[in-house]
Design a protein around this ligand. Structure first.
Ligand SMILES: CC(C)(COP(=O)(O)OP(=O)(O)OC[C@H]1O[C@@H](n2cnc3c(N)ncnc32)[C@H](O)[C@@H]1OP(=O)(O)O)[C@@H](O)C(=O)NCCC(=O)NCCS
Length: 245
């Protein structure tokens, strides 16, 4: 029997970081890929452009700037993550100064496309203001079509809508910016603030896994939330490119 030969078409364009020519399969159009020359993340053009798009960081909202961590963030970050209350419902433990410094050092080498590494964005008040929290984006599979979001806002700034504002712009980045198929979030069902943030941004509660992990020696549940690209668009969220102030 003759072999079936399928011809995959490729998109040829220039990396916006190093300027070298790159080529990716047609079905990666609009998604984030790693430049094989300089290893920077690049958004594959979906409009025939000669150059790929760089990641649109920082992301801006009316009250916040979401940007990569900087070495000088350590004090603000320590204030947030040394607080035991931040970890009441799991996902880590309070950190000390050395651990925060080590985290920031490791993070300097992480790119959005780095495999098996959470990608962090600091949540900062505008005009060089305080770092009040951070958000995490983790890809669920190597194709980078699905991601999980997490957000943390320090205790002194909670209940003023900052987490909701940060997650909303991250969803815009995920769906408008890098054309993800699906975004998820999870939390302990007792974490009412986290559940409420998910509700407010329109994430759909998909269900609760019963007693699926041990938390401080006791079995705890996980509530899962998700949004599909088509749901995001149906909700008429698609707007200006993320980060456009
Ligand atoms: C979850 C978290 C990010 C929320 O941050 P935030 O900036 O306070 O969130 P927002 O102000 O945007 O919204 C919080 C909502 O939860 C509500 N809320 C907060 N605590 C609540 C409680 N104990 N019971 C009921 N509702 C509560 C607030 O009233 C608000 O809803 P509203 O706008 O309808 O009044 C913050 O509490 C946090 O960092 N917690 C620790 C880390 C964590 O659990 N992250 C979530 C992982 S996905």
């Amino acid at each position: 029997m003759d072999a079936i030969i399928t011809e995959e078409s490729f998109l040829d364009f220039k990396c916006p970081s190093c300027g070298n020519p790159v080529s990716f399969p047609q079905d990666t159009a609009g998604h984030v890929q790693e430049c094989p020359n300089c290893t920077e993340s690049v958004i594959v053009p979906d409009d025939g452009s000669e150059a790929g798009r760089p990641l649109p960081f920082p992301l801006a909202t009316p009250r916040l700037v979401l940007r990569r961590f900087q070495p000088g963030d350590w004090k603000d970050l320590l204030e947030i993550v040394s607080d035991e209350e931040m970890f009441r419902y799991g996902e880590g433990r309070p950190l000390g100064e050395e651990e925060v410094l080590g985290w920031l050092e490791t993070d300097r080498h992480v790119k959005l496309t780095t495999a098996n590494q959470p990608f962090y964005l600091g949540i900062q008040l505008p005009d060089g203001g305080k770092l009040v929290g951070y958000a995490t984006l983790s890809f669920a599979e190597p194709q980078r079509l699905q991601a999980e979001l997490r957000v943390t806002v320090g205790r002194g700034r909670q209940r003023t809508g900052l987490a909701t504002e940060a997650v909303a712009v991250l969803l815009s980045f995920c769906f408008d910016g890098i054309a993800l198929h699906r975004v998820t979030a999870r939390c302990d069902p007792r974490n009412l603030a986290a559940g409420r943030v998910c509700d407010k941004v329109g994430l759909r509660r998909e269900g609760v896994f019963q007693q699926d992990h041990l938390l401080n020696g006791e079995w705890a549940d996980t509530a899962w939330y998700a949004m599909l690209n088509e749901e995001y668009r149906a909700a008429d969220n698609a707007a200006a490119p993320p980060g456009a102030a």
